[in-house]
Design a protein around this ligand. Structure first.
Ligand code: DTB
Length: 346
């Protein structure tokens, strides 16, 4: 039996580390109690309760040598994906400008591959500089990095590096064979050392147990410091990948995962990421209550379709949730009217 966590007092005490057993005990709380705790932590740390809008683009698609079992972009899997080289700078900038005009504050860029070559790094650095100059927060995910590459990205003005732990260390060996969990931790260490903020989370619904979900959250929460940004993805089963037939996860278990991430990483942006559209409005609403405060906003993720922007804005309006930009603009200019969530931000 995992030790009982006696809510809510135990949560308000400063907790520096989270054992898997403690995290598991959170997962095992009655649903309403878990959500109540998570929401309280959320309110304490994010009194504005705003939601960050982040738009994602695939800078380079497919042709990846890694064999991650969930991914459409691996050369090891027989998916319908057509590989594409690095997008021209102009195309990326047009997309970034559009994302900003529609209300996104963060522009996330993903490039396929085990790790970037020197030539690719040159292109990515140029792109990051140019996007940053548009006054957008920048985030990239480029695979494994060496120390000097992390430094190069920092010098380009990069805000966040996304590199997920994906799942527990023991389950990881069943998902990926071309690199190890330790490789992931090593890159995360180099990103931290370079002074870049860390975006690191996982994917649930890959056939892992609750114990393994608890291990993942414990790993993330015990990173010192824990990530500033924690994407919680729901597996999108992609035809031709080894995980295409994975048993679907109970949506309420997804909500629990979000809640546990919020409680254990109180100051992080918990990102409702891949698979959000498929969760439907009711489950998304519960995730926001449980502490999710960032979403991918835009018609596409990397290769998969995302929720429609109009529908997202309508959902936020229905829930009375403000976007991050609104709050920040209001903080700078008290009295300014809130924007109408049912229409794109001018
Ligand atoms: C993250 O955790 N999720 C994003 C981002 N980081 C790079 C990626 C989601 C991809 C979903 C599947 C696809 O589009 O192929």
């Amino acid at each position: 039996m995992p030790p009982a966590v006696s809510p809510p007092e135990s949560i308000s005490a400063p907790i520096d580390t989270w054992s898997t057993a403690e995290v598991f005990a959170l997962f095992a709380l009655p649903f309403s109690e878990l959500l109540f705790l998570a929401h309280r932590v959320h309110r304490d740390h994010f009194p504005d309760g705003d939601v960050e809008l982040a738009t994602l683009i695939s800078l380079k698609t497919g042709g990846c040598t890694e064999d991650c079992g969930y991914c459409a972009q691996s050369i090891h899997h027989d998916t319908a994906l057509v590989p594409e080289g690095i997008l021209p700078l102009d195309t990326v900038l047009a997309s970034a400008r559009q994302a900003k005009a529609r209300g996104a504050t963060r522009f996330c860029m993903g490039a396929s591959g085990r790790s970037p070559s020197a030539r690719e790094m040159g292109r990515y650095v140029e792109i990051i500089r140019a996007v940053k100059a548009l006054d957008l927060e920048t985030c990239v995910t480029l695979g494994m990095l060496r120390e000097e590459q992390a430094q190069q990205l920092k010098e380009a003005g990069l805000d966040y590096y996304n590199h997920n732990l994906d799942t527990s260390s023991d389950h990881y060996t069943r998902i990926v064979s071309t690199h190890s969990y330790q490789d992931r931790l090593d890159t995360l260490g180099r990103v931290r050392k370079a002074g870049i903020k860390v975006c690191c989370g996982g994917i649930v619904g890959m056939g892992e147990s609750r114990q393994q979900r608890a291990e993942l959250i414990s790993q993330l929460a015990n990173l010192n410091p824990y990530p500033e940004s924690v994407p919680v993805n729901h597996l999108i089963p992609i035809e031709g990948t080894p995980l295409s037939g994975a048993d679907s996860l109970d949506p309420l278990e997804f909500v629990r995962t979000v809640a546990v991430a919020r409680i254990t990483m109180p100051e992080a942006r918990v990102r409702l990421s891949a698979g959000r559209r498929e969760l439907g409005e009711g489950v998304q609403a519960m995730c926001f209550f449980a502490g999710a405060n960032s979403i991918f906003y835009g018609e596409k993720l990397l290769t998969a379709d995302n929720a429609e922007e109009e529908n997202d804005l309508a959902l936020l309006a229905k829930l009375g949730l403000k976007t991050r930009r609104t709050t920040e603009v209001k903080a700078r200019m008290p009295g300014i009217a809130e924007h109408d969530h049912t229409r794109p931000v001018p």
